[in-house]
Design a protein around this ligand. Structure first.
Ligand code: TXA
Ligand code: MG
Length: 356
């Protein structure tokens, strides 16, 4: 056990002394959790193999699932990647800093452990002043997976980070809740047309405007487990986003979802389970369960994305056995939310039909 230092910082204008302390840890091979616009990341010097190894250990993350490497400027990409296609340059101009991770062929300077032995590397420039200040002070690229124990919902507050990692990391920079709440979109630029491996904070529709041609890899929209050999993004074959409670996802038209969830909640409560329903503002009053939580209005997917991981964690702290979650439309940020919910459920998906 180490002592984990909690460093509260201003999210817009972070205090330089605190950034200096955090950067000191990174430069010495330590581990620092920090906020980005999506979720909190757990950072280590991406070019220091021992630091990256310690990062995997602290998270209990399987060594075959590489982290995203964060940079403070586009210039750094040309050192870490073998080549940057013109399309990637266009995307960096349009979306960086921001919630878009690009996969490139990697250069020789990147240690094997950082990319889990792959010949590619995932890179992004986060849009958060604390993350950018840390990157600039540390003057190295920072490998940073989400700062949760492997398999748990990603952290959107410093408290979530400490709930999972207190005593396992050197410090956490606390700048309050993150804005977006789901992780970055992972886009593979080594294939043509580029493929979305993980839907996230940059919607498919926005990428399509710039790229014209962009594909969704089957894993990004999977409704059941994809065979490992087909799963190009290594992360997809591991358990993800799961609270301790069993999660059941109900998909379909809202009216049909309501009926189905009511029925399921009754069934599980009768069996003696403590049942939670993950609802929306439009439907929350309708349910009878031990705990009902609303993600927000169906007309504001940004709010739903922002609340998702926090609410999944809250169900655990309230000792719920089964969470029955409402599906939302697969558009905009809804695609990322549904990808997380499907994985959290271990693909226990119930289709609600409106015909009678
Ligand atoms: O928003 C985010 O992306 C957050 C914040 C902290 O930046 N980070 C994050 O990292 O979500 P992580 O490690 O939890 O997820 C990284 C994803 C995993 O699904 C991993 O398999 C994939 O990116 N990935 C990393 N390197 C890859 C590569 N070379 N090829 C394909 N997928 C890769
Ligand atoms: Mg993660």
């Amino acid at each position: 056990m180490k002592k984990t230092l909690l460093l509260k910082v201003d999210s817009q204008d972070p205090e330089i002394e605190k950034i200096r302390i955090a950067a000191g840890f990174i430069k010495n091979g330590g581990l620092v959790a920090f906020p980005t616009e999506t979720v909190y990341g757990l950072g280590a010097d991406a070019l220091n193999p021992n630091a990256v190894l310690a990062l995997f250990k602290a998270k209990k993350r399987p060594l075959d699932n590489p982290p995203i490497v964060h940079v403070g400027s586009v210039k750094k990409v040309y050192k870490l990647a073998k080549e940057a296609p013109t399309k990637a340059e266009k995307l960096m101009k349009s979306f960086w800093p921001g919630p878009l991770t690009l996969i490139f062929k990697r250069s020789e300077i990147v240690p094997d452990v950082t990319v889990a032995g792959l010949d590619t590397i995932a890179i992004r420039m986060p849009r958060h002043n604390v993350a950018l200040a840390l990157l600039r002070r540390s003057s190295c690229p920072i490998a940073a997976p989400s700062a949760n124990l492997a398999g748990k919902p990603s952290p959107t507050t410093a408290k979530h980070v400490l709930d999972d990692l207190d005593g396992r990391i050197d410090a956490v920079l606390d700048a309050g809740s993150t804005h977006i709440g789901v992780e970055s979109t992972v886009l593979d630029m080594t294939v043509d047309p580029p493929q979305i491996l993980r839907p996230g904070g940059t919607p498919y529709e926005d990428l399509k405007k710039i790229l014209v041609k962009v594909e969704l890899h089957p894993v990004a929209v999977a409704e059941k487990e994809v065979p490992v050999e087909k799963a190009r993004s290594p992360g997809v074959k591991h358990k993800h986003y799961a609270p301790n409670a069993e999660v059941i996802l109900v998909e379909g038209e809202v009216s049909a979802i309501k009926g189905k969830i009511k029925e399921l909640a009754k069934f599980y409560m009768r069996k003696g389970n403590r049942v939670g329903v993950l609802a929306t503002d439009e439907t929350a009053d309708y349910y009878k369960a031990d705990v009902v939580k609303s993600l927000g209005s169906r007309s504001d997917l940004a709010v739903i994305a922002k609340n998702l991981f926090r609410l999944l964690r809250e169900f655990d702290s309230e000792g719920v056995d089964v969470v029955i979650a409402e599906g939302i439309p697969l558009e905009g940020l809804g695609l990322a939310v549904m990808n997380r919910l499907r994985k959290a459920s271990g693909y226990k998906i119930v289709k609600a039909n409106s015909f009678r």
